[in-house]
Design a binder for this molecule. Structure first.
Ligand code: ATP
Ligand code: MG
Length: 432
């Protein structure tokens, strides 16, 4: 860039009153008050008020300011002056403006007085992402992913990247997308489950933050077809160890959000989080007793549906674990509890009635794994590549898969997952 920015909008404070500054950014808003023209310039740090006075401005500057449309990209220079009415207590008295590229009138309102419906906002997502609320949501996401990475690095996990084009299903054939792979059929991975488990035999502790694809038939506010999963797997750990790890992880995330994102929480109308750790744990059988007391029916030994979970969340708010699920209701690789084989060492991390993560101690014995596959109606031959690793020292291990967007819903307070994914994919939406 020929023109060098001297300050970001957020750096225009009373401390630098009197300084000459050069700013770069977008024209967020423009107001004409007769002899005064107010601009709000937006950059990655926020907004700053810029003012031109007809009496003192050069005529060509005054003209330039009248024709510039919102969302045009500008460079401008001026002097910082105190202004009690301005949002930051200071404004920039503009001396020159150079439009770098002009914009058409934005198709949706960015200033936020009248908010378009979500579908329209998603159609114009890149423009929508300039609004303060989506900005806040994705800044929270950034705090979350960086907290996850640093927490897991500190705990000896290494980040891995497993293939997303695969030859066989992870947990059976349901909800997979197929793709043409040269002259044969392949699938988009619905989870790195089998890879991360196998990798514990090489690295002990691994994690991946990556995409997973699910051809969800149900159209809900919490399911998308493409998601970002946080997958964690550790050798010599069981499900209690992993729940402890998740306690630490959620604690770190909440701490960092409280510390770094006061402005974003405010933009979303959220308070800082006060959460007690360790998070409450309740067993599946305790949950069904509560449901029995409430007179709510559920599938015996089955997964808990929305109605059941909503009823439960009247008793349990915020983050908590549901543990010791029926073995029958969980995937083949979950370890049955010794002496109580119809329950397994598994858990879901919940936020209210929404599932955020599922985890378990995994079976690391090949013959037990084969038996479990058969009893779940799966053909062990279809898992030949995976089962092969179990012959060569597969350690005891445990882990979890956490839906990043589900966690971001919890932190941002949004109840539609499409708000917290930049470019959501569902049955209807494949663009932008
Ligand atoms: P659900 O019961 O909510 O459909 P699941 O039990 O089928 O989820 P898992 O296979 O346990 O999902 O996946 C681990 C995590 O990934 C879930 O706890 C959830 O946070 C997230 N997740 C799974 N499927 C989706 C989806 N279609 N859209 C968004 N997040 C998802
Ligand atoms: Mg689950």
């Amino acid at each position: 860039m020929e023109i060098k920015r001297t300050h970001l909008a957020a750096e225009i404070t009373p401390k630098i009153e009197g300084s000459e500054v050069v700013l770069l950014g977008w024209l967020h808003e423009k107001r004409d008050l007769g002899g005064l023209r107010f601009l709000l310039l937006r950059d990655r740090s926020g907004l700053v008020q810029v003012v031109a006075n007809k009496k003192t401005a050069q005529p060509d500057l005054w003209e330039a300011l009248s024709s510039i449309k919102r969302e045009s990209v500008l460079a401008l220079g001026g002097v910082v002056k105190s202004s009690p009415q301005a949002p930051r207590g200071v404004e920039v008295r503009v001396k020159w403006v150079k439009p770098l590229i002009s914009s058409e009138d934005p198709p949706i309102d960015i200033v936020g007085k009248t908010q378009a419906d979500l579908d329209t906002r998603l159609d114009y997502r890149i423009i929508d992402l300039r609004r303060s609320e989506p900005q806040a949501i994705f800044k929270l996401q950034n705090t979350i992913t960086s907290a996850i990475r640093s927490f897991l690095y500190d705990n000896g996990f290494i980040e891995v990247f497993t293939p997303k084009i695969i030859s066989t299903a992870t947990e059976g054939g349901a909800s997979l997308f197929s793709v043409f792979y040269y002259d044969r059929l392949a699938y988009l991975s619905q989870s790195p489950q089998l890879y991360k488990e196998a990798l514990t035999s090489a690295f002990e502790r691994v994690f991946e933050i990556g995409p997973a694809f699910r051809a969800e038939e149900s159209d809900t506010l919490r399911h998308l077809s493409e998601i970002t999963m946080v997958d964690v797997e550790g050798a010599f750990m069981d499900y209690n160890d992993v729940m402890g790890l998740l306690d630490g992880l959620i604690k770190k995330i909440i701490m960092n959000v409280n510390q770094n994102n006061a402005d974003e929480l405010k933009a979303l109308g959220r308070d800082k989080f006060t959460i007690n750790f360790p998070l409450p744990r309740i067993t599946y059988d305790q949950v069904t007793s509560i449901l029995d007391e409430k007179g709510i029916s559920y599938e015996k030994e089955g997964d808990l549906g929305t109605v059941e979970l909503k009823a439960l969340s009247e008793e349990l708010k915020g983050f908590y674990f549901i543990t010791d699920w029926p073995t029958k209701a969980r995937p083949f690789y979950a370890m049955p509890i010794k002496g109580k084989e119809d329950r397994c060492e598994s858990f879901d991390l919940m936020y209210g009635w929404i599932e955020l993560a599922s985890g378990a101690t995994r079976i690391n014995d090949e013959s037990i794994l084969r038996t479990r596959m058969t009893s779940q109606g799966l053909n062990p031959d279809a898992f030949k590549t995976h089962l092969k690793w179990f012959k060569y020292g597969m350690p005891p291990h445990a882990g979890f898969g956490l839906g990043l967007a589900r966690l971001l819903m919890a932190v941002s307070g949004k109840d539609n997952i499409r708000e917290v994914v930049m470019f959501p994919r569902d049955k209807r939406r494949l663009e932008p």
